[in-house]
Design a protein around this ligand. Structure first.
Ligand SMILES: Cc1cc2nc3c(=O)[nH]c(=O)nc-3n(C[C@H](O)[C@H](O)[C@H](O)COP(=O)(O)OP(=O)(O)OC[C@H]3O[C@@H](n4cnc5c(N)ncnc54)[C@H](O)[C@@H]3O)c2cc1C
Length: 474
């Protein structure tokens, strides 16, 4: 194998997804020589699929994510390539951007900030000396690239770098989570499923359908309000103002057609309704409805099997929409996500951990560096969801990004130090975008001040974030 040494960077960001992009831009803008390494051929991760980022406004409609993500959203919205931040009665807010334009904007902003990007390169090894990360190796084509660094930001979503460095982590839900879940599910008229001890939320592959007749589908849902009725136990319901007057919607419906398709042997996906989101391209909708349960996202063999099953489901869903759903008879696949999406994976053991108590107590700690403005949303092992409101944003303490036992590393995105319940609130893209900016800003400050990331002056970090437009407290 060919080895090439790329020299030393102040900051390496591994993973150019939802959190990784703002992390790299923030690190470079903070004065660090920054390398961003992404295993696919484009940036954005799950943010570049057409899914709306949730929780950019919290339940009280406070804006809780600003800074770099907001800068990109505002620029795309001005060009008609995004809808801005819109209220949603179920998801608090939806911020839908064109997937392709998010990818393009991510590349442009990184290049402008001076980030160097290594595409199609996967993390191979993390170099740890005396308990501190000092570099990493990446495999791309027939090359292994060795890179030294002062700080490594793990934005892989699966904590791959933290794992390879020997950081402590947890994977899977505790049995006790079922007690919490059953408070909701035992009141429901059907069995939505349970959490499974040691397992994580299902994996799914999102895709977009084009050629949809919006007027026809809206007429159907207007005349059939039962189709979008949420289970009473959610305590959150769509309203007409949102459904029929918002420029874009994210709507869960069509359970009645799933029943028909199931009876005809044409639907075997464990779901009782489908969810889809308006895209900036006219007549296009993001479909979030595939699901494979009991997959360990850190096991590539299991993920590969799940991916084939998800492609089978994408075909089944497309045929289902064409045959059964009003307005979709002429639809076609406009795009499919670059990889099977993961909702829950490794959670590092950090210096601080966000727990269910913090969510229930609506806690915003003094050392909050990002806000999570979403509800608690756990996809269960059956067809349904545990879905409960969180009345306003909660804060993520800086220490939730810092591995307890490894120096020279910051973990961002969905792999921060949380329990499974808190993860179900903070995992969405609004919060991951904010966590990315916080991680990159912190990395650059630690480099500049030549201190350990664990020793960073958090009030100074908060001040820098706020000066740059980020939001750290309500
Ligand atoms: C099906 C599904 C539906 C969801 N729906 C919504 C929704 O509607 N709204 C919402 O806000 N959130 C939603 N979420 C949650 C949200 O999308 C994710 O939790 C969030 O995007 C995680 O961000 P991240 O940066 O941690 O990971 P990602 O966005 O997944 O980014 C990780 C990046 O790291 C790269 N990478 C991984 N491993 C390596 C490696 N070894 N080397 C190099 N690069 C690597 C990946 O290619 C990727 O680009 C959904 C999640 C799923 C799976």
């Amino acid at each position: 194998m060919n080895h090439k040494n790329l020299g030393k960077y102040d900051v390496i960001v591994v993973g150019g997804g939802t959190a990784g992009v703002p992390a790299a831009i923030a690190a470079a803008r903070g004065g660090s020589k920054t390398l961003l390494v992404e295993r696919t051929g484009g940036l954005g991760g799950l943010m570049a699929t057409g899914m709306p980022a949730l929780g950019i406004l919290d339940r009280q409609l406070n804006k809780v994510v600003g800074g770099i993500p907001d800068e990109i959203v505002r620029e795309l919205t001005a060009e008609g390539l995004a809808f801005g931040d819109l209220r949603c009665p179920l998801h608090n807010s939806i911020t839908t951007v064109s997937p392709w334009w998010w990818r393009i904007a991510s590349s442009k902003k990184c290049v402008e900030a001076g980030v160097e990007i290594l595409y199609s390169a996967s993390l191979l090894e993390v170099k740890v000396v005396n308990g501190a990360v000092v570099g990493a190796s990446f495999l791309s084509g027939s090359w292994i690239y060795d890179v030294d660094c002062t700080v490594l930001v793990d934005a892989t979503g699966d904590a791959h770098a933290a794992y390879l460095a020997g950081a402590k982590f947890e994977l899977g839900q505790p049995e006790e989570l079922n007690e919490v879940i059953s408070e909701q599910t035992k009141k429901e008229a059907y069995d939505p499923g349970r959490s499974k001890a040691g397992k994580v939320q299902p994996v799914s592959l999102t895709f977009c359908l084009g050629g949809v007749n919006t007027e026809e589908f809206m007429k159907y849902i207007e005349e059939n309000p039962d189709t979008y009725k949420s289970p009473a136990t959610y305590g959150m319901h769509y309203d007409k103002e949102y459904l029929f007057h918002s420029p874009a919607i994210y709507v869960t419906c069509f359970g009645e057609f799933i029943e028909k398709a199931k009876a005809a042997g044409e639907f075997d996906i464990p779901r009782d309704r489908v969810i889809f989101a308006t895209q900036p391209n006219k007549g296009e909708y993001l479909i979030n409805a595939s699901r494979v349960v009991d997959v360990d996202p850190t096991d590539p063999l299991q993920m590969s099997k799940a991916t084939d099953e998800l492609y089978r489901q994408v075909a089944m869903l497309t045929r289902f929409f064409r045959k059964y759903c009003p307005g979709f008879s002429e639809c076609f696949i406009a795009n499919i996500g670059a990889f099977a999406g993961v909702r829950e994976s490794r959670r590092i053991k950090g210096l601080r951990t966000v727990t269910r108590e913090d969510i229930v107590g609506l806690n915003i700690p003094d050392d909050s560096i990002a806000l999570g403005g979403y509800n608690c949303d756990i996809h269960l092992s059956g067809v349904g969801l545990y879905f409960q409101p969180v009345e306003h944003a909660i804060g993520v303490p800086y220490g939730a990004m810092i591995p307890e036992n490894i120096d020279g590393m910051i973990v961002t995105g969905r792999s921060i130090s949380v329990d499974s319940y808190a993860l179900a609130v903070l995992r969405v893209m609004g919060c991951c975008l904010a966590l990315g900016e916080a991680a990159g800003t912190a990395a650059a400050m630690a480099v500049k001040e030549q201190i350990r990331v664990a020793d960073l002056d958090v009030p100074k970090l908060q001040e820098t974030l706020v000066t740059n437009g980020a939001i750290v407290k309500l």
